[in-house]
Ligand binder design. Structure first.
Ligand code: ASP
Length: 591
């Protein structure tokens, strides 16, 4: 139908006749001359119809988003009308042939005014929203990334193998999406939270290196960077330790950044989970920000002031200072806002000291808390954090969890507000995670229950709380890009972990019998990891929402406003699935 893409035209096409197909981005009538900006996947070019053209009358009828086929001659724009902002801005097409392939109603929003229309409208008319340059760019970039990943992994000997979508629950710490079975009365499939167990079984089968661009489903409360269905680059290998697996994964991410963005990420530093929590209050530290948490527990044990002395003497608590270089300029109003901000993480307040003239001792400091700390302790704290004139020091004293989360988040917020970033990209590996974390009712696996511990089964059973795992997370700019582990390949170790997690022998058999069996039939040592593709693309494209890198995402309430999913189903269908709705019962009774 066409000879070229609109966006491909440039000065080298001058005097050529081209046929283009696309949508009308804009139509302008300038004193009897009609200008059409014609848009396709590759970009926009200006087409001109003057009154001498046979198709002038037809061009006059054209409106925004009409679909056209245009034939014309490419010509240079006059110097005054060259548009350096447009890739095709040196040329225009002098239109001769015109065919309206389809008309369009006035679109629900102007493509360039999407910001003011609200996301629900954009998502309802997603097929129109996706015509925007930014969305076109994001999805094209996404395609380039998956192609590059496939090439990299293919070259490294990985096989692309699909795993089932209708399956049993794989625990990754979220709620399952369930699918009722028609043929098995009262039974349900679960959509995979990840292909975890299948990829491990593929290792038992001897495939050695597996990958998949895999859809995963997790029914969780949604945050800005979460979607109920999302895509993972899922990887598993046999006979390889963590260094080997991390090497392949790091090589892949480095190659993506260098080939697609011309960015050299360098070698990724490794940091233990404990160090990350101590210094940054987070297991995914944003290392672009040079601020660090400093432990001051020992200095505050003997003071009268209970707010600090209490946590300082409690082994479950931490007392920490966060020095912000140049932060003395932060206003009282801003400090109040930060106090509210740390409140989200459970902090009951936010103590601070501004450093005006440190050479004057406490006289040179400004703070409501010095009188409670005492001069000597205050100065010791200032010395510990290396306070300089112009700094502000914030404090956190509470349970370890609250202090780490609150000051860890404050560190990132202040870093962003004061633009303290020291570099554009800061990748790292976080390693040596604890095996388990305490929950309200007991313990849970910090990663998933198939992660190998770095100790023997006996030590694990004796000291589960202090056991470390062979897990690793890749973090970029404070975002977890991916994570994985060396897995348990020994049946008795797997059973020991299940037992610590409070899964009875009966339940183990019922839920994971197939895995325990497979571990008996020659399971090789294996491990792997998975990357969140959507988050990776979001970071690489600099998008602010994960929904901007997914063609048809769900809303914050896990719905699709375009197709109206999830939707009601009729009673016959429900009956076939052996399902009776409780709401319906009530309504029927009311009749
Ligand atoms: N299945 C894990 C996840 O989805 C990744 C892995 O351990 O490979 O987070």
């Amino acid at each position: 139908m066409r000879t070229d893409y609109c966006g491909a035209l440039n000065a080298s096409f001058i005097d050529q006749e081209v046929t283009l197909c696309g949508w009308v981005d804009r139509r302008r009538d300038h004193g009897g001359v009609i200008f059409l900006d014609l848009r396709d996947r590759d970009g926009i070019v200006q087409v001109v119809f003057d009154p001498d053209s046979t198709n002038f009358a037809l061009a006059d009828k054209v409106r925004s988003e009409y679909v056209l086929k245009v034939t014309g001659r490419v010509r240079a724009r006059s110097e005054a009308t060259v548009n350096p902002k447009m890739a095709t801005g040196e040329v225009e097409v002098y239109g001769t042939g015109l065919e309206i392939l389809n008309t369009a109603e006035t679109p629900p929003f102007q493509l360039d005014s999407h910001v003011s229309v609200g996301e629900d409208v954009r998502l309802k008319y997603r097929y129109v929203d996706l015509r925007r340059t930014e969305m076109q760019h994001n999805l094209r970039f996404r395609s380039k990334v998956t192609t590059a990943i496939r090439n990299y992994l293919d070259l490294a000997g990985f096989l692309d193998i699909e795993t089932p979508i209708l399956t049993r629950a794989t625990p990754e710490g979220a709620r399952d999406y369930l699918v009722p079975s028609r043929t098995h009365d009262g039974k349900f499939f679960a959509l995979p939270q990840s292909p975890q167990l299948f990829k491990q079984l593929l290792m038992v089968s001897g495939f050695d290196r597996y990958y998949q661009v895999a859809k995963c489903f997790r029914d969780e409360d949604l945050r800005a960077d979460r979607q109920p269905e999302f895509t993972q680059i899922d990887i598993e290998t046999s006979f390889m330790d963590e260094a080997g697996i991390m090497g392949i994964a790091e090589g892949m991410i480095k190659e993506l950044f260098s080939t697609l963005m011309d960015v050299d990420l360098g070698d990724f530093p490794h940091m233990t989970w404990q160090e990350a929590m101590d210094r940054y209050g987070s297991d995914k530290p944003d290392l672009r920000i040079p601020l660090e948490l400093v432990e001051i527990k020992d200095l505050l044990k003997d003071i009268e002031f209970k707010v600090f002395a209490g946590p300082a003497n409690d082994p479950k608590c931490r007392v920490t200072a966060l020095k912000v270089t140049g932060g003395a300029e932060i206003s009282r109003k801003q400090i109040d806002d930060y106090t509210k901000f740390v409140g989200i993480y459970g902090a009951k307040g936010l103590a601070w000291i501004k450093v005006n003239e440190i050479e004057k001792g406490v006289e040179g400091l400004q703070s409501p808390i010095i009188k409670f700390l005492g001069d000597e302790v205050t100065l010791k704290v200032m010395e510990r954090v290396g306070a300089q004139n112009g700094d502000i020091v914030f404090f956190g004293a509470d349970t370890t969890k609250v202090v780490s989360e609150a000051l860890g988040a404050l560190r990132c917020k202040v870093g962003e507000d004061l633009n303290l970033y020291t570099c554009q990209w800061a990748p790292l590996w976080v390693v040596d995670f604890p095996m388990f974390e305490e929950t309200d009712g007991g313990v849970a696996a910090l990663h998933h229950p198939f992660t190998a511990p770095s100790c023997s089964p006996e030590d694990l059973v004796a000291n589960p709380a202090s056991a470390l795992s062979r897990a690793y997370d890749m973090v970029l700019n404070g975002t977890e890009l991916g994570g994985g582990s060396v897995r348990i390949h020994d049946q008795s170790m797997q059973q020991a972990v299940f037992k610590i997690l409070g899964i009875s022998a009966e339940e183990q058999r019922e839920k994971f019998g197939f895995l325990l069996d497979a571990l008996k039939y020659g399971a090789p040592p294996h491990g792997g990891l998975a990357f969140g593709l959507d988050r990776l693309i979001m970071l690489m494209t600099g998008s602010s929402s994960i929904r901007d890198v997914i063609a048809f995402p769900k809303t914050q309430s896990a719905a699709c406003v375009m197709t109206d999913a999830p939707g009601a189903v009729d009673t016959k269908q429900l009956r076939e699935l052996h399902i009776k709705l409780r709401e319906k019962e009530k309504k029927d009774e009311a009749k």
